[in-house]
Design a protein around this ligand. Structure first.
Ligand code: SAM
Length: 229
């Protein structure tokens, strides 16, 4: 097993369930709907960036941090105007990603989310879905700072994760995630602190874009911008 950091919370909480990750996340976290929302927002952001900077589309780079089995990027692969990079600490998840059809052209990197190995100012959009609740507060902050570092000025982050529950039932359902992924890792999500953590990492114009009720609690999608100097 090729682990690039000594310990991390695997995609399914426990290693034994990793082969069933895609099915589990589709059923329990409404991954398809979440990724549709994220992809739509990525397209809007890229369009806005092109409009504002008349940037050549061939140079557009989208980086998915904590990409897991690569489903989000696999869904974007038909857009040949995008360079796509997926980062995940778990080589087993990248192996699953590489087995998805048409993903040969995607650059898969085994690295921790806070040390992507990518150059500064090299990504137009960074996406990050369902990673935050795997990380303690310090790792969350370092990851959001790293995303900020690799983003071009004017670039954006699109982040979706379990967040402040919309109801007591959503709170109750999220307790299962807390047991599996850890109370410390999930505390900032539960307390609704992801937007303030984005701000602390330098991101501006933090906005909530969508709210999704899932069998495991409330998922919220946020965007934020790296303002040009
Ligand atoms: C719940 S999965 C989400 C995967 C994918 N983004 C999605 O939407 O389905 C969380 C992923 O984060 C990865 N992960 C956990 N800690 C990480 C870290 N420190 N750096 C990079 N990836 C990490 C896990 O290996 C796992 O693939």
């Amino acid at each position: 097993m090729n682990k690039v950091v000594s310990s991390f919370v695997p995609a399914t909480g426990f290693d034994i369930f990793l082969p069933w990750y895609d099915l589990a996340v589709r059923l329990l976290a409404r991954q398809t709907r979440m990724h549709e929302n994220v992809s739509r927002i990525v397209s809007q952001r890229l369009q806005k960036l092109r409009f504002e900077t008349s940037e050549e589309s061939s140079g557009v780079h989208v980086v998915d941090v904590g990409c897991g089995s690569g489903t989000l990027l696999a869904g974007m692969r038909q857009r040949d105007d995008l360079n796509l990079t997926g980062i995940d600490v778990d080589a087993r998840m990248l192996q699953q990603a590489k087995q998805k059809p048409g993903t040969d052209s995607i650059n898969w990197i085994a690295a921790p989310s806070w040390e992507t190995t990518l150059p500064a100012a090299s990504a137009q959009v960074v996406t990050c879905t369902l990673l935050m609740h795997h990380l303690d507060d310090e790792s969350k902050s370092r990851t959001l700072s790293e995303a900020f570092r690799i983003s071009v000025p004017g670039g954006a982050i699109v982040l979706a994760d379990f967040a402040h529950p919309a109801s007591w039932l959503a709170w109750l359902r999220f307790q299962a995630v807390r047991v599996v992924d850890g109370r410390l890792n999930t505390a900032a999500n539960l307390d609704g602190r992801l937007p303030e953590m984005l701000g602390a990492a330098g991101w501006q114009k933090v906005e909530e874009e969508f709210v999704l009720a899932t069998p495991l609690g409330t998922v919220r999608g946020y965007t934020a911008t790296k303002m040009s100097a």
